[in-house]
Structures are given as C-alpha cells and as structure tokens.
Design a protein around this ligand. Structure first.
Ligand SMILES: Cc1cc2nc3c(=O)[nH]c(=O)nc-3n(C[C@H](O)[C@H](O)[C@H](O)COP(=O)(O)O)c2cc1C
Length: 160
C-alpha cells in the first residue's frame, strides 16, 4: 500500500525504503527489482570499471524499470582514487536525479558538480556532527547508519 512521507515525495517512491549502495552488489538487476517494488533502488557507481561502463549500466537499469532509481558514489580516502569527476559526468549524462553519497570530505566537490543538474543528494554518515556539517554544506537528505556500516566508518565530513 503506497503512503506519503517527506522522503517518498522527495524521491518519488511509494514506500519510504531506500536500498543502500553496495559496491560489488549494486548492479542493475538489484536496483531495478527494488525500484519496481516501489522503493528506491541504487546502482553503485564504483561497481563499474569505468565511467563508460556506468553509463551502460544506467541504460540497462532503465530498460528494466521505469521507476526512479538512484546512484551511490562513495569517495574513499585512497591514494589511487578513481576519476570521480568522470563518474559524476556519467551520472549527469545518464539523467540520474538521486545520488546517495558517502565518504571523505572531498565528496563536497561531487555535490557541487551534481546540484546544478537538479540532483537530490542524500549523504550517508555515522555521527550526528557529520550529519549537521553535511546539512550546512548543502546535502538534501541525511542517512544515519550504525558505525558498523561498511565503507563509511570513521570520519566523513569534518565539522565546520
Ligand atoms: C557488501 C556491501 C557493500 C557496501 N558498499 C558500500 C559502498 O560502496 N558505499 C556506501 O556508501 N555504502 C556501502 N555499503 C553500506 C550500505 O549501503 C549500508 O549503508 C550499510 O550496509 C548499513 O545498512 P544496513 O544496516 O541495512 O546493512 C555496503 C554494504 C555492504 C553490505
């Protein structure tokens, strides 16, 4: 049974349930199945080996679902960082309007790229102070996770 909350209205979904981005798991089959059930399915950008592969995966997901689905883009603090700008361009080019973000403070650069394209940005973190900092920095939705959440443990956005 569909019902309305602020989240269902912001994300255009029937039930206030959002699938977490999962690297290595967030393929089109999963995201489309979740979205077809009336929730928000999420592809994981870095599951794809290149921005071009991500563009193809977005198209594959769209062929499986005409419901809204989102992307997860996580900024891992690593020396050999992927080209997050190119992944962001693939997301914009694919017409994605919801991008769950997580990770290091550099995630703000991604928000700045996405927001002018009308993208709604949930930010996933594990501490209230990081949530407040992210809110001040302009993200649209906060997802608070337990500190056991893989890939997002530890310091996210430094408090201003
Ligand atoms: C296999 C696996 C891969 C994950 N990869 C990511 C990721 O790349 N980026 C991210 O933001 N969260 C990632 N997560 C975290 C989940 O999206 C979610 O936030 C976390 O599992 C907490 O939700 P839960 O308590 O329902 O498991 C991953 C989780 C799992 C289990």
């Amino acid at each position: 049974m569909p019902f309305k909350t602020r989240i269902t209205e912001m994300l255009g979904i029937e039930h206030p349930i959002v699938q977490g981005g999962m690297q290595g798991v967030g393929y089109a089959e999963l995201a489309a199945a979740v979205s077809n059930a009336g929730e928000l399915g999420i592809l994981t950008a870095l599951t794809q080996p290149s921005p071009a592969a991500l563009s193809a995966e977005i198209e594959r997901c769209r062929a499986m679902s005409d419901k809204p689905f989102g992307l997860n883009l996580t900024v891992f603090p690593t020396i050999n960082a992927p080209d997050n700008n190119a992944y962001s361009q693939a997301i914009i080019g694919g017409g994605i309007k919801i991008v769950e973000t997580a990770g290091a403070p550099a995630v703000r650069e991604i928000w700045e790229m996405l927001k002018p394209h009308g993208v709604t940005i949930p930010y996933k973190c594990t501490a209230v102070r990081h949530a407040l900092s992210a809110e001040r920095a302009g993200c649209d939705i906060i997802s608070i996770n337990g500190s056991n959440a893989r890939a997002i443990r530890g310091r996210m956005i430094s408090p201003a």
